[in-house]
Design a binder for this molecule. Structure first.
Ligand SMILES: *Cc1c(COP(=O)(O)O)cnc(C)c1O
Length: 475
């Protein structure tokens, strides 16, 4: 250890007084700048103490990069931690990347509402207290044909509220083949237990018959539950009881039928080449008493859990104390209302709701974007550090919907002789607007199905940054 170097360490106040650092203080809180300066000086002190640097020359080299490191650190600390990223994975409803994007109109409504008072719980007609749920009742009923509706924070909360209201300390019959786990820790059996309902699972993993439900029905049965197996399929020697049959078993025994339909599809997507997913309207038409679904999966709206069905049950849910705990805020309501209005005209929904627009985007359109991005990346990469081509790929729906669906798509394919593809992927995740890509067989793919046209420029900026970094590492 060279002790003399300690005395050469700059003082915090001296650094704060320099032109480079004091200019950041105009835009960034002093607390953050001070912390960054202290940490960087401490890092140098540690390097001396551990004998990583021993000569004056080494010290000077380290010192010369100090301001750059401080400024980088300040930016890193000051940036919002939750930020926009570019989704080049081709998975449209990507739960880790925030699921559905909102339309421009919904975003504008959100922005406006966030800066003004609203009639959230105020009845403008009578001039007295109103209900926050009233604003979206009309549109949800209009689109789904439901008698009544209530909206909560997400579909997991919706399932819990429904069971707690309709089946607390009673039995709910559900098929063994439908005891699903939806990512994270959402497991149907756990949610049911939390709600106070008692789970009675019937049938086997691959086969459940109508008589299984009938045999399980007893004095304590409060409901039959159907859970849409959104994120997996049981294939082969299988049998499940159709919704129609469940409804007639329910009717015969005077027991309500509840369906957790998961994704909340409101239009028949087979017309657009996607596989069949049951719609909310169909379930209600078949006579299901209560249907629950997510707002931010295939519906393409904000995070929400939507409950539709018979008024007698929904009215009870409104009085359940859990409703207060699960209640949605004004942002959810306005984003959902704006999104749902598009569904009054199917064409408008496909055109304006980003999730639906991306899912139905023609591969030829994606090809045009991919070819042009490939050429632009080649032009940026003057020293040919990476190799670019194009490839047929498959996009996915995501969000635990249509698990087997493979939507033909097109992507920029990138390989590298200079750095590992994992390293490249890592670097792209750390640029100013992070680029999330997909790796397969040691190649990188940028599927542009999930990329907005105004993000193409940000992809180029990201590559410029990364190419500089690679060049630095190679030299
Ligand atoms: C996704 C899903 C849920 C959970 O919905 P969230 O809105 O994420 O809470 C519940 N049930 C099914 C069948 C689902 O597909």
């Amino acid at each position: 250890m060279n002790r003399k170097l300690f005395s050469m360490l700059p003082k915090v106040d001296d650094i704060l007084g320099t032109q480079e650092v004091s200019s950041i203080l105009d835009t960034v809180s002093r607390v953050i700048v001070l912390e960054a300066v202290r940490e960087e000086i401490e890092a140098m002190r540690k390097a001396i103490a551990e004998g990583v640097i021993t000569s004056e020359q080494e010290f000077k080299d380290l010192l010369s990069g100090l301001y750059g490191r401080i400024i980088y650190k300040v930016r890193d600390k000051n940036d919002n931690k939750l930020k926009s990223v570019i989704n080049c994975t081709g998975t449209v409803v990507h739960t880790n990347l925030g699921r559905s994007l909102l339309s421009n109109e919904a975003a504008e409504k959100l922005s406006e509402l966030s800066r003004s008072y609203s009639n959230l719980e105020y009845d403008l007609f009578y001039g007295k207290r109103g209900s926050r749920y009233s604003h979206i009742e009309y549109i949800i009923r209009k689109i789904t044909g439901a008698e009544a509706t209530i909206v909560v924070n997400n579909n997991a909360a919706a399932v819990m509220l429904v069971l707690s209201t309709m089946a607390k300390e009673k039995e709910v019959v559900v098929s063994r083949g439908e005891l699903v786990e939806i990512g994270g820790s959402f497991r149907i059996p756990d949610v049911m237990e939390q709600s106070g309902a008692k789970l009675v699972d019937v049938g086997t993993t691959n086969k459940t018959h109508a008589r299984d439900y009938e045999n399980a029905i007893g004095e304590d049965t409060a409901a039959l539950l159907k859970v849409h197996t959104s994120n997996y399929r049981i294939v082969g020697f299988t049998e499940s009881v159709s919704l129609d049959d469940m409804v007639s078993i329910g009717k015969k025994n005077e027991i309500p039928v509840i369906e957790d339909i998961g994704s909340g599809v409101l239009i028949d997507l087979t017309k657009y080449g996607l596989s069949y997913e049951p719609t909310v309207q169909e379930s209600l038409k078949k006579g299901v008493d209560i249907v629950t679904f997510s707002g931010d999966k295939l519906l393409g709206g904000p995070q929400a859990g939507i409950i539709v069905g018979k008024k007698e049950y929904i009215d009870k849910m409104k009085k359940n104390p859990l409703t207060r705990a699960f209640r949605v805020d004004k942002f959810t309501i306005t984003a959902l209302e704006t999104t749902l209005k598009y569904y009054l005209d199917e064409e408008e929904a496909i055109k304006n709701i980003p999730t639906l627009r991306m899912l139905t985007k023609a591969v030829d359109q994606i090809k045009v974007d991919v070819e042009s991005l490939k050429c632009e990346l080649e032009a940026i990469d003057e020293n040919k550090l990476l190799q670019y081509s194009t490839a047929n790929v498959y996009s996915q729906v995501g969000g635990g919907a249509m698990p087997l669906e493979r939507i033909p798509s097109y992507a920029v394919e990138i390989t590298s002789k200079n750095i590992s593809i994992n390293n490249l992927e890592n670097m792209l995740r750390k640029v100013e607007v992070p680029i999330i890509s997909r790796i397969y067989n040691d190649k990188m793919y940028l599927d542009l199905r999930t990329v907005k046209s105004n993000d193409i420029d940000k992809i180029k900026q990201g590559f410029i940054q990364v190419l500089k970094q690679i060049e630095g590492e190679l030299s």
